[in-house]
Write a protein of this length. Structure first.
Length: 386
């Protein structure tokens, strides 16, 4: 695959930030491709109460080197609608301060992409790209806010030069909602950084089950805790480790204490550096993605943690979360289970007690992940735009 040439180009990326993810991977991809000027704007993601990103910030890079970092005053004390409005003003101000014309403006989320359409109308940018990570049918509880959310998505999908959808389900859902075909749609799936030192970690915890992600109810973490009572008799040394943060942690800690499982569960917490995170994940025996049946978010996107488990060499036990579940099962690196504690327990025990099968699945997981390297995904995404 021919590598795109970004020399002499200027790009602005705008996102609502909480933790390292696709916008940062895109930033690093462009910096590695010798882009001339890159401006990265991150606003506070208000869907996470314990978000360490407290205010909007801007990183300015020239020829791969950061030359300036700016921070805006915090808006966390303001009503959500007003705070989003201020985010837009900050985006417009910081983008207009970039000298000359901008080749690519990439807005993650419909509000950020919509701001890009204004800038394109003003002649400031050449191409506006709408990068959709989450498509949520009921994003807001307030009907008017939810209607505005979908209207912005509609306008962006119609008028942006390209729409990068995280999963094909997003295109289907949007088409179904508006009863029309949208132009310039592309599936730009979740990717991974494949690090070859993950293939043979120095120390492997043979009975450690790993969870990586936000500590929220819809992730189905509670099912794993409930399943432990059926796993422990068969695998007494089993240990469930969690990397991440979120508001559901206290409820889970109470459940763990009630069931006397403190010896078998550890909250590692959130690890900011992605390399450190992956090194820790790679030491576990297997990964868990037991989403609840009521989690409507994963039905319209692709869960990011699953491919990341694979990139760390972990087989995954998951509930049925769409095409990634079936594809990885057919490749021999995952097991699909219903949302049931006994079924989950049987699957965990079947792997932990069969080390030979685990080793085969570990090799399959790494091979599967290599198909989804970020550099391949972004190279394909920019095809037709350069």
């Amino acid at each position: 695959m021919k590598k795109p040439d970004f020399r002499g180009k200027t790009t602005v990326i705008v996102c609502h930030d909480a933790m390292f993810g696709p916008p940062h991977e895109l930033r690093d991809f462009l910096l590695s491709r010798r882009i001339k000027t890159l401006v990265f704007i991150g606003h506070r993601n208000r869907s996470m109460e314990d978000n360490s990103v407290r205010s909007s910030y801007r990183e300015w890079y020239e020829s791969g080197r950061m030359i300036k970092k700016s921070t805006a005053p915090t808006t966390s004390f303001l009503p959500e609608a007003i705070a989003y409005g201020i985010d837009s003003i900050v985006t417009l101000y910081w983008t207009l301060s970039v000298p000359g014309k901008i080749d690519y403006y990439i807005g993650l989320g419909n509000l950020n992409a919509f701001n890009g359409l204004f800038l394109r109308m003003a002649g400031k940018i050449n191409q506006c790209i709408y990068y959709v990570i989450d498509y949520i049918p009921r994003r807001f509880s307030h009907a008017l806010m939810n209607a505005l959310y979908h209207r912005l998505d509609y306008w962006c999908a119609v008028f942006c030069d390209a729409t990068w959808n995280y999963a094909p389900q997003m295109i289907v859902a949007r088409t179904s909602r508006w009863k029309r075909i949208f132009p310039n749609q592309k599936v730009t799936p979740n990717g991974v950084r494949v690090r070859y030192d993950r293939e043979k970690p120095k120390r492997l915890s043979l009975n450690e089950v790993m969870y990586l992600g936000s500590i929220v109810e819809g992730q189905g973490i509670q099912l794993v805790i409930e399943a432990l009572q059926y796993i422990i008799p068969a695998v007494p040394s089993v240990h469930f480790s969690l990397i991440g943060k979120g508001p559901y942690r206290k409820s889970l800690e109470h459940m763990i204490k009630e069931k006397n499982l403190e010896k078998h569960v550890t909250f590692i917490g959130y690890i900011e550096d992605p390399d450190t995170t992956d090194k820790r994940v790679a030491k576990a025996a297997l990964g868990i993605a037991s989403y609840t049946p009521t989690n409507t978010v994963v039905t319209h996107t692709e869960p990011g943690k699953i491919k990341r488990y694979f990139a760390c060499g972990l087989p995954v036990i998951m509930t049925d979360v769409g095409s990634i579940a079936e594809e990885s099962f057919q490749t021999g690196c995952s097991l699909i289970v219903p949302y049931d504690k006994r079924c989950l327990a049987r699957a965990v025990v079947s792997l932990l007690k069969n080390k030979k099968k685990m080793e085969i699945m570990r090799k399959n997981a790494l091979a599967f992940a290599k198909k989804y390297r970020w550099d391949h995904i972004f190279t394909d995404a920019f095809r037709g735009l350069l």
